[in-house]
Design a protein around this ligand. Sequence first.
Ligand code: CP
Ligand code: NVA
Length: 333
Amino acid sequence: MTSRPDPRSLLQDLDLDKQQLLDLLTLAAQLKRDKQHGDELPRLRGKNIVLVFEKNSTRTRCSFEVAAYDQGGQVTYLGPEWSHLGREESVADTARVLGRMFDCIALRGHAQDTLEQFAEHAGVPVWNALTDVWHPTQSLADVLTMTEHHGGDVEDIAFCFTGDGHSNIARSLLVTGALLGMDVRVAAPAGLQPPPDVVAAAEAAARSSGARLMVTDDLYPAVRGADFVYTDVWVSMGEPDDAWAARVRSLLPYRVTDDVPNASNRFGVRFMHCLPAIHNRGTVIGASLHQQFGLDGAEVAEEVFESKRSIVFGQAENRMHTIKALLVRALAE
Ligand code: CP
Ligand code: NVA
């Protein structure tokens, strides 16, 4: 038997409207200040949260855990291959079991359909902790980070995503930016742009929010006037290693070197990345890209990643504050 997802669920960015997004951002900023001032109240005492992760994670897992513990909640982590999910037990059965034990579920998975099945069967709120097609808790943190650095109204912020525009990150940023009425540009080669249904959803949101949207293969016009330049890895988790050769060929013109933020012509332009980033040879993938293609870093050059313009670690911290806002909004008594 299936049922409707709990309305507190977050399966994709489009599940939130503009006011809900703004309320979450306000709550996250408040919770961040409370923690910094030592004023945090434990509003999740007695709440049990399970994290079901089919893919690796550093930021998202730790954000859910620290957020929950800060608020007095309890967390169970089920990592890739740690449970029976999908192998010995169906998604629906696993969701029904976990829904009997936990107050909410965060799922990091491959297929969006797995997440939707969880939400149908669990009977408790289910949150998308990243799927192949959406990463809504990331875009929430990204907008909080932009508002902290911009200082103006969210509608005044312009950002340019460059690189794999087909990725979960680009899709979530496009839709969330559209919902919030922002100036959103996505620069990506023709074969790697956000899919038409996502662009159509963003355009529909933009009609009521007043967002300005641009999806183009022409990076330099897209970056002009942008307050933030954003990129993501060129090959995402779950994609095959042999995708790299074609991605390097098509995405090299979209790599963030100093020329890209310089072209924005904005004083105070900042660089953003969801992380993890390939910005030098210091990882297994970075070393392999150097060996295979002579690259020193991929989607972003070291000169930008390590520059004063880079706000990537503040962005990573904000994952925790925004995820805490989601948990508190859904579960606090
Ligand atoms: N940005 C992000 O989701 O990072 P993790 O994969 O480390 O969770
Ligand atoms: N597009 C990346 C985002 C990682 C946070 C991936 O899915 O691997």
